[in-house]
Write a protein that binds this ligand. Structure first.
Ligand code: SAH
Ligand code: SF4
Ligand code: F3S
Length: 490
């Protein structure tokens, strides 16, 4: 731990991150704590005050934001959408690609004005970017008006850190490079009808392009009984869908020493809980085992949608990415899934322009897409991340070529998205109605079991319920249909 002299004393609140420490994976056991509580003297700090949190990045971050909101509300703060009204503004950041980081730095520029107008405002940066040394150094140099920086491992310390930031003249920085323990009973402010549930934290895969294993620490699984208790509680509260979350969700249980228990076993138990829909993300092809396929094939509340990032269709690139599977292994996995669950919808993540990727290697990705016929995909141009092995690999592919590859890849993917949607024409599908459509309040938006976006006309009262919709139109990115007035039991 590094300390710096402040105007008060040596403070523990100057603890910057270290990427090299973050890389080290210890064998030490992860302790689980069940006794989290906010000290009495911090429970009224936020009375008559407001907070606003802007979240970037993945569902893990969205879910962390729910915890942060829960903590702030237990301190007396209330939510606001109005920046002028906010007494605490936090940016919960993502480090996965450069453009994600650029957005945050841009936002800090805007917020500097607000801070000048209202010096009592506490402006904080948290999430994955805070775990990077270069980011913390840049904020200290270029954005010295930031009051607080904390990381992904010490969210539960927020009450102490907010209190310190209120009284300190210096920037309060507390980032733990190595993961902490699992804290079970943190408050969470969930909204809507869908709930996220963490089943594990961290990632040990170290794909050579990826920053996540550094920002999120080593793989730690929550105890099955804790996950199940949380899901049961969410079912009792009336949530309609839960999403089990992990960076590498099917490595679940690998770190248990006292039992052999994996994601398949967990899903088999969650299946029996009375919650209408259960999903999980994100799977790593290497850890997707037969037990999981067997359990998913039982269906019921387990949805027939599997997000299975492939990243590339070329073995040499997969090797240099350190993905730990081959194209053949991936395709065999797809075959097994389709055999067990014929109507399974597969989606994926793909990176183009990895350092040194040749035209031929990129063509292998195109041919894999044609073979798997994905329903949709998230596609990215490779973005070098400081401190990762790929950032040091020679890259002779011009950016323009990478952009062209991205366009070609997306065009290819769209052919199959459209074709797969067209197959649904005339069918009646079950939809969980989520909201009014963003573009037209007459239209409702929901999701099919396979997670496809469905639009149809119907009364607002249907929001939060399950309905049947007959598919009438199939544009590439969503489905249109007619509400079938027929009861759905859930
Ligand atoms: N844990 C998940 C998701 C990680 S981040 C998984 O393993 O699939 C989500 C996606 O971002 C990745 O699947 C990958 O396609 C992309 N990604 C990660 N690092 C990237 C980088 N440096 N440049 C471009 N895309 C990246
Ligand atoms: Fe990143 Fe790979 Fe881990 Fe996914 S599995 S989070 S891509 S290191
Ligand atoms: Fe981004 Fe961190 Fe998620 S880097 S993708 S917010 S784990």
């Amino acid at each position: 731990m590094t300390t710096k002299k402040t105007d008060k004393d040596y403070s523990i609140y100057f603890q910057p991150p270290s990427l090299s420490d973050a890389k080290k994976r210890g064998k030490e056991d992860i302790a689980v704590h069940y006794n989290f509580d906010i000290p009495e003297d911090m429970r009224s700090i936020g009375e008559n005050k407001f907070y606003l949190i802007q979240t970037y990045g993945c569902q893990m971050n969205e879910h962390d934001t729910e915890t942060i909101k829960g903590l702030l509300e237990q301190m007396g703060y209330r939510a606001t959408e109005d920046r002028q009204q906010a007494d605490v503004i936090l940016l919960n950041t993502c480090a996965v690609r450069e453009n994600a980081e650029d957005k945050v730095f841009g936002e800090l520029g805007h917020l500097s004005h607000l801070k000048r107008e209202k010096p009592s405002l506490i402006l904080g940066v948290c999430g994955c970017m805070s775990q990077e040394e270069s980011v913390v150094n840049r904020i200290m140099k270029k954005h010295p008006f930031v009051d607080l920086i904390f990381g992904t491992h010490n969210i539960h310390r927020l009450p102490h850190l907010v209190k310190e930031a209120m009284f300190s003249k210096e920037m309060v920085i507390e980032v733990w490079s190595k993961e902490g323990d699992i804290i079970e009973n943190l408050p969470k402010k969930r909204e809507g009808i869908k709930a996220w549930v963490n089943i594990m934290y961290g990632c040990d895969k170290f794909c050579t392009y990826c920053i996540v294993p550094y920002t999120r620490g080593k793989e730690r699984s929550r105890r099955p009984e804790d996950v199940i208790a949380e899901v049961r509680d969410l079912a009792r509260q009336g949530f309609k869908e839960i999403m089990l979350l992990g960076q590498n969700v099917n490595a679940y249980g690998k770190d248990f020493e006292d039992r052999k228990y994996g994601l398949g076993d967990l899903m088999d138990e969650v299946r029996k809980i009375d919650i209408p829909r259960v999903r999980f993300t994100t799977s790593h092809p290497r850890d997707f085992d037969d037990r999981l396929i067997e359990v998913l094939a039982k269906k019921g509340n387990l949805m027939e949608h599997i997000h299975l990032p492939v990243q590339s269709g070329n073995n040499e690139i997969l090797k240099r990415m350190s993905r730990k599977y081959t194209r053949e292994h991936y395709l065999e996995l797809v075959r097994k899934i389709r055999q067990a669950i014929p109507d399974a919808v597969l989606t994926t993540d793909i990176i183009v322009g990895f350092p040194g990727e040749t035209d031929e290697q990129f063509e292998d990705t195109i041919s894999l897409v044609k073979e798997v016929e994905y329903d949709s995909a998230f596609t990215f141009i490779y973005s070098p991340r400081e401190g990762t092995p790929a950032a040091d690999m020679e890259d002779n592919v011009p950016y323009k070529v990478k952009q062209e590859r991205l366009v070609r890849l997306n065009d290819t993917l769209n052919v199959y998205s459209k074709r797969n949607n067209e197959r649904l024409m005339g069918q009646t599908i079950e939809v969980l109605v989520e909201s009014e459509s963003k573009y037209n309040p007459e239209v409702l938006a929901g999701r099919s079991r396979t997670n496809k976006l469905v639009h149809f006309e119907g009364p607002k009262e249907l929001i939060g319920t399950f309905v049947k919709v007959k598919v009438t139109e199939t544009p590439t990115f969503y489905i249109k249909g007619d509400w079938v007035r027929e009861a759905v039991t859930h």
